[in-house]
Structures are given as structure tokens and as C-alpha cells.
Design a protein around this ligand. Structure first.
Ligand SMILES: Cc1cc2nc3c(=O)[nH]c(=O)nc-3n(C[C@H](O)[C@H](O)[C@H](O)COP(=O)(O)OP(=O)(O)OC[C@H]3O[C@@H](n4cnc5c(N)ncnc54)[C@H](O)[C@@H]3O)c2cc1C
Length: 200
């Protein structure tokens, strides 16, 4: 069966980025010093950023799925990012698109070893009322760098040994070269061929 899903972009609407205002955020999220380790390209405008927590005690032990971190740049600007699901203790990995604007532009200029950056612990901002594995079939719809929370969801859900959940991912990009986390997605498909279903 073929299903057609049309997602239209609203025209003439200026996208409003979520800027973090006020210093109360420092207390609310608890910002910790990190060091910028390296940046490797995922695509032509999205990079994989690796940061290490300067104090290992402040590093998160796990990355909850659908979580976000608050990042403060050396210039004092703050934005939210979605940590990439991993088990690399002491480090935090982010997929960051360079819009060549305030924070993404500043991060794109960082040299390895740069300090003065602060990152909070990951906090969950989408809570699940129902256990993930209780779903038989889950459709995930995302685009561009928005794949980061979806990959976390899939990895965590499929890792459950008794998981019967089947997943269909609809992932939109401008072109094939814009696919972020492609290798990780392919690895998941290879590891769980019965759970990651091919599109109809
Ligand atoms: C929960 C959450 C998770 C997120 N996770 C990620 C993530 O994992 N990776 C990631 O890359 N981003 C993520 N973001 C987005 C990120 O927080 C920033 O918004 C993004 O990096 C842009 O910040 P900036 O400072 O570079 O741009 P800004 O300087 O904030 O620029 C954006 C501003 O520019 C204006 N603007 C932008 N483009 C145009 C245009 N073409 N014409 C006119 N005005 C324009 C908008 O009005 C907007 O206010 C996330 C956001 C949230 C809320």
C-alpha cells in the first residue's frame, strides 16, 4: 500500500529561534565547564561536536532519550541542543547545524581545546506517559538535524531485549547529501532488520 504524506512549509513566516533569556537559567539547568574536543562534518552544514566535561563528576552518567542540553558560548549566548545518544562517559556529543548566526556561527569558529563553554546536564523535555515498548508500531517523522532525538528514541527502544516494537522512520532532507547521522541510522537498520521496517 502506498501512502502519501505531504508536509508543506508555511510561507512568509519568519522562524523564531528559541533564545534563552535571563541568568535564572544557569541555576535552573546547572551549567558545567566543558572543553571543545573536535568537530567533524556530518554534512556540508551540520557538524558532529565533541565536548568533554572538565570535572568528570559533573558529567551525565546516561543520556535520557528526547533530552536537551543548554549550551553557553564563551560570548555568553545560550541555546538548546539535543545530545546524541551514546555511552561515551565524560563526553557529550552534539549535531549542530551552522546557520552562520549567533551561536552556531560562534561554535563553528572554535578551535580544539577551546574553553569557556558551559553545558548543562541533559534534561528530558518530552515525557512519555506510556512505556515505549508497549507500542507495536511507531511512525517517526523528522527532518534535518531533528534526527538527533529520533535516533535516541530508536536506539533506546530497540535495545530492550523483549522489544516487539516496529519502527518506520520518515526523514526529510533537502537532498541525500543532507542526511545527518547516516552511518548511525544504517548501523541500526543492520542490527535490527526486523524492527526497522522498510517504507511501504
Ligand atoms: C529543544 C531544542 C533542541 C535543539 N536541538 C538542536 C540540535 O540538536 N542541533 C541544532 O543544530 N540546533 C538545535 N536547536 C536549535 C538551536 O537551539 C539554535 O536555535 C540554532 O543553533 C540557531 O541558533 P543561532 O544562535 O545560530 O541563530 P540565531 O542567531 O538565534 O538566529 C536565529 C534567528 O535568526 C532569525 N533568522 C534565521 N534565519 C533567518 C532568515 N533566513 N531570515 C530572517 N531571519 C532569520 C530568526 O528570527 C531567529 O530569531 C534546538 C532548539 C531547541 C529549542
Amino acid at each position: 500500500m502506498t501512502r502519501e504524506i505531504i508536509i508543506e512549509r508555511k510561507k512568509d513566516i519568519i522562524w523564531k529561534g528559541w533564545k534563552f533569556k535571563g541568568h535564572e537559567g544557569d541555576d535552573m539547568f546547572g551549567l558545567f565547564d566543558v572543553t571543545f574536543i573536535e568537530r567533524t562534518p556530518f554534512t556540508h552544514n551540520v557538524d558532529h561536536y565533541k565536548f568533554s566535561y572538565n570535572n568528570l563528576d559533573e558529567a551525565p552518567k546516561t543520556i535520557p532519550i528526547m533530552s536537551r542540553v543548554l549550551l553557553r558560548t564563551p560570548e555568553g549566548q545560550k541555546r538548546f541542543f539535543t545530545p546524541i545518544f551514546n555511552e561515551d562517559e565524560g563526553y557529550i556529543h552534539l549535531a549542530i547545524k551552522n546557520y552562520d548566526r549567533t551561536v552556531s556561527g560562534e561554535l563553528a569558529q572554535l578551535e580544539p581545546g577551546a574553553e569557556g563553554i558551559m553545558i548543562s546536564k541533559p534534561t528530558q523535555h518530552i515525557k512519555h506517559e506510556v512505556p515505549l515498548k508497549s507500542f507495536k508500531l511507531v511512525y517517526l517523522i523528522g527532518a534535518g538535524v531533528g534526527i538527533a532525538p529520533l535516533l535516541g528514541y530508536m536506539t533506546s527502544c530497540l535495545k530492550e531485549v523483549d522489544s516487539q516494537t516496529k519502527i518506520k522512520l520518515i526523514y526529510a532532507n533537502h537532498s541525500l547529501k543532507d542526511i545527518v547521522l547516516k552511518q548511525e541510522l544504517n548501523e541500526l537498520k543492520e542490527k535490527y532488520p526486523d524492527s526497522m521496517l522498510d517504507p511501504d
